[in-house]
Write a protein that binds this ligand. Sequence first.
Ligand SMILES: [Zn+2]
Length: 88
Amino acid sequence: MFRLWVEYFGKVFGKVTVAVPPQYTSQNCSNCGTTVKKSLSERTHQCSHCGTVLDRDHNAALNILAIGLNRVGHTQISTPGSSSTSVN
Ligand SMILES: [Zn+2]
């Protein structure tokens, strides 16, 4: 349901939307990719490998963005009324 809403608003506002699997987005370090196990109550991401310290949600958001951009790079995108391919 959430995904349908996101895709709907993406169309309305002319933005590309990408569904990203949520697994590990809060466990992996957004800087170096190392898995940093944390419980749901832990609100801070602290990477022992590269020293990155971020809010848990900030770290997850960076991971989701990276996965999304990676997927867009492999997706053919066409907009109505245009034959060109573009990503904003
Ligand atoms: Zn790290």
